[in-house]
Design a protein around this ligand. Structure first.
Ligand SMILES: N[C@@H](CCC(=O)N[C@@H](CS)C(=O)NCC(=O)O)C(=O)O
Length: 202
């Protein structure tokens, strides 16, 4: 088993943090997005969409999508539960993780993809759409600050995959100038808590 990874990209970091929280170590292979290695035929044979991360299983299959890869490890290593400990908790963690994906990570990633020179010439960029996404991401961080007024973590009173998704999204926001604003005390408190976990270094 091995994980196709790129150290600088947020989605592979989601899986690395998840694995660190589980205490699971697997070999990784760096696929350099900056050099376009993820778009080369050798990698597209593994994932035709060219996205990272990809988990190569021992039977030769390639599991794509960060959350699917996390699910694989949640099932194989249930402790500590990061996707909900029981039937009552799982739908809530799923709801919050979806929200962190769609409302935070996606809007920040779309801002980057549509406005940053890194992607110029690599993908069709629509800067106006990037700015719409920047506004949405900024609003979503304000919303998240309000949500975190009465609980420690995104999905409740314990750390879950939803915190991982929000953390990688917010950290990635640096590359396109999206930051936690002064005065967002709940979000800042949460950020300091999750960033101080050893897994955040993954
Ligand atoms: N929904 C996918 C997204 C995969 C994805 O877009 N990964 C980014 C890195 S964060 C990527 O490979 N970008 C390079 C590209 O699109 O060329 C997942 O969660 O794994």
């Amino acid at each position: 088993m091995k994980l196709y990874d790129f150290k600088l990209a947020p989605n592979p970091r989601r899986v690395r943090i998840f694995l660190a929280e589980k205490g699971v170590e697997i070999p990784t292979v760096q696929v350099d997005i900056a050099k376009g290695e993820n778009r080369a035929p050798a990698f597209r044979a593994k994932n035709p969409l060219g996205g990272l991360p990809v988990l190569e299983l021992d039977d030769g299959r390639y599991l794509c999508e960060s959350v699917a890869i996390c699910r694989y490890f949640e099932e194989a290593h249930p402790e500590p539960p990061l996707m909900g400990g029981d039937a009552e908790e799982r739908p809530w963690v799923e709801m919050w993780n979806r929200r962190m994906e769609i409302e935070v990570l996606f809007t920040i990633a779309q801002t980057f993809r549509n406005t940053h020179e890194f992607f110029a010439g690599r993908i069709p960029q629509v800067p106006e759409w990037g700015e719409v996404c920047r506004g949405a991401a900024t609003n979503r961080l304000r919303w998240l600050d309000e949500e975190l007024a009465d609980r420690a973590f995104i999905a409740g009173d314990r750390f879950t995959i939803a915190d991982i998704t929000a953390l990688v999204g917010i950290d990635f926001g640096r590359v396109c100038g999206i930051r936690i604003e002064a005065g967002q005390k709940n979000l800042q408190r949460w950020y300091e808590t999750v960033s101080s976990r050893p897994s955040a270094g993954a």
